[in-house]
Design a binder for this molecule. Structure first.
Ligand code: ATP
Length: 747
């Protein structure tokens, strides 16, 4: 809807009024938070204001504080930066400034505030909250507000959301903007490595992060760098020699380019800064090779938000709006973040304090404690990176033979997982084998040893170099499979794939005692764009598919700007609606049709009504997303015909089947990082089995928030066999969030 959404009882003081602002450094995805806060609050019956130019706008008042309606935040989710502006405000640091801010809020009846920013903005806002009563008293004393107004708004309720590309906040897995920044960095590193490879060149890439090595470490992993320098974990004394040696060995093993990633705040053990220029000079001098520095700077903040930086901000923005609307006056302010894809609340100032403790620990040289505060998976990724970045010695005997193969549909990130498994396995002294062509390839003994250099450029490319297949071996084929495993002296098996990989292993396990070749440990690593596997919440490939969907639909929306149009976009996923629902959240669709919900004629009739009303009210675009198997009879074609027939000429309707586009594409940073992490986990788990002489089979899962291997005996309990999807699908809880921001309830 357009037009200002004013209400009859405005000014009565009974309707809650919420304001939202963005402050500090901008970050992609802030718009998504603003959109979700505004729409959720409107849906909950509140008046909503946006404050322009951050905390400074609170002080300036006037046009800087604007009433927003549903349409005010239309078409902003896909835009980088923050449409309501941000600033650093010197004045807000003064009590005088905050007094003006309090006057501006209370005069509008606003006593609930969602602040999106870094630790500075959040602690500034918390100070403001703590002073609120005193500020109002002062305003009453100086006759700037009435005692009655002060009494009606005696508490300021705030909630914080972290917008920061650095991912530097304790209390949330990810800050808004960090994933998009990784996208920008990886685009740059991919581009650099292709030019570096043509000239056998070295690049030193400097990324943001004064106190936080997240972007540097993760981009080193996702970009296939040789070496990384981060503030929390300075390199050991003598690192210069070690780095040069590693780069030399990499070249000897077939690498054509060398890449060193340096966080802006990198330092050595004595606290002396390590600069990208310093590293460059050193490399050029010692290796005698052309070495260039690329400082990425502000491009990391720029560009369109990634898919994750659209749906995650929607989730936290929705929760932050509810938080300020539901919190009582004495409620401790919360940081609204995410943990394992769910909203996670942390007392705001605890999170800020813990975050600020890390730079202090770094300055004091207490690096182990600083690392510990970054969390166990961060520390784990440092170890994984060390395992895969250096050329493994090949003369370790006796070595075990681990075979790697694919099964099931293609998923971006399969190659990344193989590369990591090969390198990590070699670092543990194993011989790594690649099976070409899935189970048929195994039967045909299409098995080669993979060397460190063979997989060098597999990290960043989509598809599956080893090939995959959808066939599940039959019981008649088990004998041949077993023979092949014996002939090739395979000691352990890693199957990287989707539902068919799981099904194959599960069936083989049932017959294991009859086949000597099966008496080895085996594990399945989840890769599929469908995200329909039990045990793991975000399969490798799903994030890439979401980003493909987002970029296709962004273009589709642009193409439709000139007309009144409804698009029905058909999304893959088999019987799992993950891509459809989370895709719909990410592109701002009005409606989503899932198999999990079914499609009913009565609902379609309502949808036709809603659509007609919104087009008549001036909307130019309506986006409906339909999972490919949402309904047998009500196909994409059928929906289009129905909507067109009922349009009365007010709009036209087009189908758009995204199809295999969703399986293509190069893996996103997220998929590369997780492919690497899971591959290292699988190799570790197989190694433990080999050392113990046991032969368990399982698939990657989680226990108490940590990686774990789940036994195949749990499959019947976890998987719905009719539709091959988990019985419990965590993302279905996102449905109310999607609905709260999709359609204006007041229309
Ligand atoms: P980034 O992480 O991107 O730097 P930030 O929110 O930490 O974001 P800061 O510059 O530290 O950025 O803070 C933003 C604004 O918050 C400041 O300009 C100031 O107006 C306000 N602010 C920060 N600290 C305080 C404080 N202690 N008291 C009052 N206001 C503060």
């Amino acid at each position: 809807g357009t037009g200002r959404g004013t209400t009859s009882n405005e000014g009565s003081g009974r309707r809650p009024a919420v304001a939202v602002l963005t402050s500090g450094g901008d970050a992609q995805g802030m718009n998504g938070v603003v959109r979700a806060v505004v729409r959720t609050a409107i849906g909950a019956g509140a008046d909503v204001y946006a404050v322009y130019e951050g905390l400074q706008g609170l002080i300036d008042g006037g046009d800087a504080i604007q009433r927003f309606d549903w349409g005010s935040v239309g078409s902003i989710q896909h835009r980088g930066g923050t449409v309501i502006g941000t600033a650093r405000s010197v004045e807000f640091r003064t009590r005088e400034g905050r007094l003006k801010a309090a006057a501006n809020l209370v005069q509008r009846g606003i006593d609930r505030l969602v602040v999106i920013g870094g630790d500075g903005s959040l602690s500034g806002a918390d100070l403001f909250r703590a002073e609120w009563i005193g500020l109002l008293d002062e305003l009453v004393e100086s006759d700037r507000i009435t005692p009655d107004l002060a009494r009606r708004h005696s508490h300021l309720v705030i909630a914080g959301v972290v917008g920061s590309i650095d991912n530097d906040m304790v209390g949330t897995d990810m800050t808004v903007g960090a994933d998009s920044a990784l996208h920008r960095i990886i685009e740059a590193i991919d581009a650099l490595s292709s030019t570096a490879a043509s000239h056998q060149r070295s690049f030193v890439v400097e990324v943001m992060g004064r106190h936080c090595g997240y972007l540097a470490l993760m981009s080193a992993i996702a970009g296939g760098a040789d070496y990384v320098m981060i503030p929390e974990n300075p390199p050991p004394p003598g690192w210069e020699d070690e780095m040069c040696e590693r780069l030399r060995a990499g070249r000897a093993a077939g690498r054509r380019d060398s890449i060193v990633v340096v966080a802006e705040g990198a330092r050595d053990r004595d606290g002396a800064p390590i600069t990208s220029q310093g590293v460059r000079d050193m490399l050029e001098e010692r290796l005698g090779e052309d070495t260039r520095v690329t400082i990425l700077g502000h491009v990391q903040r720029g560009g369109a938000p990634s898919a994750y930086d659209r749906w995650m901000p929607t989730l936290v923005g929705h929760a932050a709006a509810l938080e300020v609307l539901e919190a009582g006056p004495d409620h401790e302010p919360q940081l609204v973040g995410v943990r394992s894809n769910r909203v996670h609340l942390t007392p705001l100032m605890d999170a800020v304090e813990a975050t600020r403790e890390i730079p202090r620990l770094i300055d004091a040289g207490r690096y182990d404690e600083a690392m510990a505060m970054r969390g166990s998976s961060f520390t784990e990724m440092v170890r994984v990176f060390e395992g895969i970045a250096q050329v493994a010695p090949t003369d370790v005997a006796p070595s075990r033979r681990i075979a790697i193969m694919h099964a099931g549909g293609l998923a971006p990130g399969m190659n990344s997982a193989v590369r990591a498994a090969v390198r990590f396995g070699m670092s543990r002294g194993h011989t790594m084998l690649g099976v070409r062509g899935s189970f048929q390839g195994l039967i045909d003994a299409e098995i080669d040893e993979l060397a460190w250099g063979d997989v060098d450029d597999w990290l960043a490319v989509g598809g599956a170099e080893l090939g995959t297949g959808r066939s599940v071996p039959t019981v008649e084929q088990f004998y041949a499979v077993s023979r092949a495993l014996e002939n090739e002296k395979v000691d352990a098996l890693l199957v990287i794939g989707g539902h068919r990989a799981y099904e194959s292993l599960h069936r083989m396990l049932a017959e294991r005692d009859r086949y000597p070749g099966f008496r080895i440990p085996a594990i399945a690593l989840p890769t599929t764009i469908d995200n329909n596997l039990a045990g793991w919440e975000m399969t490798i490939g799903a994030d890439t598919a979401l980003n493909e969907i987002v970029s296709a639909v962004d273009r589709l929306k642009q193409s439709a700007k000139a007309s009144r149009r409804c698009f029905v976009v058909e999304i893959m996923g088999r019987y799992c609606g993950f891509l459809s629902l989370v895709g719909a959240m990410s592109v701002g669709a009005e409606k989503v049709y899932l198999h999990e919900n079914g499609v009913r004629l009565a609902d379609l009739a309502d949808d036709v009504e809603d659509m007609g009303r919104s087009f008549r009210a001036g909307r130019r675009f309506h986006l409906a997303i339909r999972n490919e198997n949402a309904s047998v009879g009500y196909t994409t074609e059928f929906l289009c015909q129905l909507f067109a027939e009922e349009s009365g000429g007010a709009y036209d309707v087009r189908p758009m089947v995204l199809g295999h586009l969703q399986q293509g594409g190069n893996p996103t940073p997220f998929d590369r990082i997780h492919a690497t992490r899971l591959a290292a986990y699988c190799v570790d788990w197989l190694s433990t089995q080999l050392d113990a002489g046991t032969h368990e089979w399982g698939f990657v899962g989680q226990r108490d928030g940590r990686l774990a291997t789940l036994p195949f005996t749990r499959m019947p309990e976890l998987v719905d066999p009719t539709f091959n999807r988990p019985r419990d699908q965590w993302w279905l809880a996102l449905q109310p969030v999607m609905e709260a921001v999709a359609v204006d309830p007041t229309h």
